[in-house]
Structure formats: C-alpha cells, structure tokens
Design a protein around this ligand. Structure first.
Ligand code: ZN
Length: 293
C-alpha cells in the first residue's frame, strides 16, 4: 500500500510534468473507483492549468486554474484571493490500496487497470493505475483546511507542528496500545503500519504498551524515530524518480531495509532473538521482545 513516503515521492516525481501546464484531454476508462469519478470532470478540466502540487497526509492535491481567454489565470484553491469571485478548485487524489500515478508518453497504450489519463500540453500523460480501485479522485472545493476529508487530520510528521510534546500530550489517559495510537490520523498523519513498527523498534518501545503510560522522554525519542524512518524512505524514494517516466514500468514503491516489518520469526538485527508477531488494532505487528520494552 502506498504510504506517506510513496505519496510524497509520487508528488515530486510527477510535478515537473504537470505544474504550469494545460490539460488538453481527460480520458476516464472506468469511473467506478472508491468514490465514482465525478460526472463532467473530463469537460471541466480541459483547458485548465495545473498549479503547484501539494500533499496532505496521503492525499495529493492538484490545484487547477481556469484560464479566461486572453487573461491571466484565475487563482485556484488554497488562496484567499479569488479574482472575480471564482471558486477555488483542485483535484483531490488518493491512491488507496494499490493505486499509482506515473507519466506516460503520448501514444503509449494503456494497460489493464489504467483507469484515468490526464493528457497535458507537450504530450505527457498523467496515468492512474489501480487494480483494486480503492483509490479515488474528486473535486476539492474551496478552502482545503475546511474540506471534510482534510479538516480533522493531525500534523504532518515532518513539519514543525509535530513537535516533541505532541505524542506525550495526545496520549495522556489513553489506554490504547501505542502502535494503533501512532497510526491514528488525528494524532499525526501518515504513520502507517510499516513506519509505526519501524519507529517503535528504533525507539525501543514495545508496541503493546498503553499509550498513556509512556514517558515524555521516550516519546521524544519516538518522535525523532518517526521523522527518521519517514525521511529515510523519502530520500530512498528519490532514487526511483526516473521510474515515474514511461518505459521503466510501474513506479517503484521502494523496498527498504526494514528491521521488523514483515520479518516475524526472523532474528532481530540488534540482539539476534526471534522477532515476535502480535495483532494490534487488527494489524499485524512485529517486534523484538528483548529490545522493545
Ligand atoms: Zn532485539
């Protein structure tokens, strides 16, 4: 499943082909995604220009600007100033469980599960592939901060808003195990199963421990570990950027060197003990019972 680093890498990979460019054609081969592709999207997007791509949690935001004939582009979503009262607009894109976005070249035939194409001026095609169709794209109207899907999200883990106090303060009186607590988007966004498991290993914290019973000092270490694993994954993703351009297959959802995730029964890299598997919040959680307390 694409997690925050993959979505961020996707944003960086596709942005140079989209930003400041006009959409020439939109092809929807299958509307039945998790949210059906809005009717009329194809016509509404043609002639619009894409602004600076943003990411919020695992959502990609593609601002689109209408272009009045002969005039300056009308400001898109996220700005307070809407000339002539034009509503802000953007596309909100979520990759779901198995979605990916890549750049295809004009004339490159779509494959099975290639559901949506945005054909850009100069011939690049943003192509959406999603075998399980749990992803979606939808209009984002008006202020991004007030959208029901985005408004309740916690801070970005790599932003200053995710400070050393955040986890400690949010966790007081919580009996929930620390791992599902970390994966709660209201606490901090984008810490999925892989990165929660890896960060807890680095911080030496048992994933079963009640969130409310972990000290401030240990949460400071955990905060640093979360930043470290996510930043490392994004850096590593940067080496696969060429995969976003046609000819090299699907964009790489990068295999990293993981310490615990997916390694149950294998030896701990630190102490050699066999890694244990437990289910927390309905998710498999691998950890070392010696190194994590
Ligand atoms: Zn160990």
């Amino acid at each position: 499943m694409p997690e925050l680093p993959e979505v961020e890498t996707t944003r960086r990979g596709i942005a140079p082909y989209l930003e400041g460019r006009e959409i020439r054609e939109v092809i929807v081969r299958n509307r039945r995604l998790r949210v059906p592709v809005p009717e009329g999207l194809e016509n509404a997007l043609v002639g619009m220009r894409i602004g600076a791509l943003e990411r919020r949690a695992k959502y990609l935001i593609l601002p689109v600007e209408a272009q009045p004939a002969g005039g300056e582009a009308v400001t898109a979503v996220g700005s307070d100033a809407h000339p002539e009262g034009a509503p802000g607009r953007a596309l909100l894109w979520h990759l779901g469980m198995s979605g990916s976005l890549r750049i295809a070249r004009l004339g490159e035939s779509p494959k099975k599960h290639d559901h949506v194409d945005l054909v850009m001026e100069e011939g690049a095609i943003l192509r959406y592939h999603d075998p399980r169709r749990f992803g979606f794209l939808d209009w984002l109207e008006g202020d991004t901060a007030r959208d029901r899907r985005l408004a309740r999200l916690g801070p970005e883990p790599l932003s200053p808003a995710f400070d050393d106090e955040r986890l400690f303060v949010c966790s007081r009186k919580r009996r929930l195990a620390v791992k599902p607590f970390l994966m709660d988007n209201a606490v901090v966004v984008g810490v999925g199963n892989i990165y929660a498991a890896e960060a807890l290993f680095l911080a030496g914290i048992d994933p079963r421990r009640a969130a409310g019973q972990i000290s401030r000092e240990r949460y400071v270490r955990l905060t640093a570990a979360i930043r470290e694993v996510l930043a490392a994954a994004i850096t590593q993703g940067g080496t696969t950027l060429r995969d976003f351009v046609s000819g090299t297959g699907e964009p790489g959802y990068f295999a990293q060197r993981l310490n615990v995730y997916g390694r149950d029964g294998e030896p701990c890299r630190r102490c050699g003990r066999e890694l244990a598997l437990v289910t927390l919040g309905q998710r498999a959680s691998v950890f070392c019972a010696t190194c994590q307390t």
